[in-house]
Design a binder for this molecule. Sequence first.
Ligand code: NOJ
Ligand code: NOJ
Length: 587
Amino acid sequence: MLNFGEGRRSFVHLHDVLDKILDTRMRSILLTVLCFGASCFAQLSSVDAYLKTQDPVSKAGLLANIGPDGAKASGAKAGVVIASPSTHDPDYLYTWTRDAALVVKTLLQEFTTGQDTSLRGTIDNYVAAQAVLQQVTNPSGTVSTGGLGEPKFNINLTTFTEPWGRPQRDGPALRATTLIQYAKWLIANDNTSYVTDKVWPVIKLDLDYVAANWNQTGFDLWEEISSSSFFTTAVQLRTLKEGAALAQKLGQSAADYDKQIPNVYCFLQSYWNPTDNYVTSNTGGSRSGKDANSIIASIYNFDASVGCDATTFQPCSDKALANHKAYVDSFRSIYTINNGIAPNTAVATGRYPEDVYYSGNPWYLTTFAAAEQLYDALIAWERLGELNVTPTSLPFFQQFSPSVTIGTFSVSSSIRSYADGFIAVAAKYTPKDGSLAEQYNKDTGIPLSAKDLTWSYAALLTASAARHGFVQDSWGASELSLPETCSGNSGNIIQAIFNVNAMTVFGENIYITGSIDALSNWSTDNALRLSSKNYPIWSIALNLPVNTQFEYKYIRKSNGAVTWESDPNRSSTTPGFGSYTLNDTWR
Ligand code: NOJ
Ligand code: NOJ
């Protein structure tokens, strides 16, 4: 349970919420309580009841999927975490580096806090299995030529050679972070020699891979788009920071990691879309970029010591909250099971709204993540003793109180109720036996795709722990400093916002074309259409290569007829980092 100071604990503590609804102090606080009396209590107690049974069921389900003894993991070598026992439609009886690292990190949460000391053997087996897998030559390469980016292996620790979205560069970072957490505990518990001999060598290979490859594109965590990915960059930042500190502690060189930290940190900033107020989770491609990718990144990099810092995308930061709203809202109208749910109430959420895998459905692990971000935010606000509403986060808070303004406020229970709502949605679609598949059907809520998905169980457990106030140890976010200028550090893409003031007649539209690929190489047919949302200002946000000089012009099209702006061509040079805006007037 939470250990908050007496004075403020009422605003977040579950069992006090009901009392406080009637407390006169509530009248002066920011947010109105969304649920009253019986219905509010019903949600709280049903979420309580669900978690009470679901926590142990999930833990058992998770452990059943780990070799060699897991009841559903037959054939898996010791320490191998299978993704799911499902062998067809889909066949998930493999081990993914990502899933395994996230799952074992969840076990470490219980182990290092002393809640379950029996997990040690499983964790040691995981360490040994990863040491083997790192050395398995695979389609991504050998251990020294890129093989660490291989996403999945057979459960007997051999290479999987079929076509797949590879490499995936989040895997080594996630594995390193899991092992670093274990190493920290081992060092604190007088077992440094095991770290030096067995754990550090595995961590070092992964850290070296991350330091050398963070600026390369790869497949995203959903294994579908090869691009830069917010989640990948975020978890790389964390592991380099934590890894550098561990290296130092062990008397190893941290220089290669320290050198890249500011670069990765800068690059992370470039995913923010300032026009639409959310994180563009994947660069390039035709997706909106609204994606659980960034929600999961936010909870993964939670570090309560930096409060609501937006540069590390803390769960309570204005950017992460604005992003949460954009993400959740993108599912409100696309799943039948969300029909009729009020706009300020939790709904079923999936990977990203454009998803077509199994026709595109909500996922348990993403719905739990939506709740967990808010539980983490509540923990951070409670520590700060207040909550800030900024222009960026205003729309998030307006969901609960339309009249809220920019400023500093106390926290109310409405956010907790909203968070609980996501758990309640998942609970509603959890079968009686508590088994958690990968997805639940968007029309019927019936479980779908891989059964007993290990990651679904882990996601339930971390969300539940966050609800009870569990705070993961700091990963050192407070020691980061964002370079004053990120020039040259941003990876390869920046965002350019073009605004042009142009009066048009009905049926006429404004386009842009120019001298580089991203501007269609002066094609009029493929010129990019601007939005007239803020007419007479026409706008478009585009991803352009960094540090690049280019020329461009706006054109008008009306019934196929093209009118160019007058000469000369406009010209500009993109910055090395972040985003920039060009404000033009048609000429
Ligand atoms: C299998 C991958 O695991 C999944 O993420 C993806 O959506 C589908 N293939 C479709 O590409
Ligand atoms: C598909 C998911 O998109 C991916 O993230 C995951 O690693 C695999 N399934 C295995 O669970």
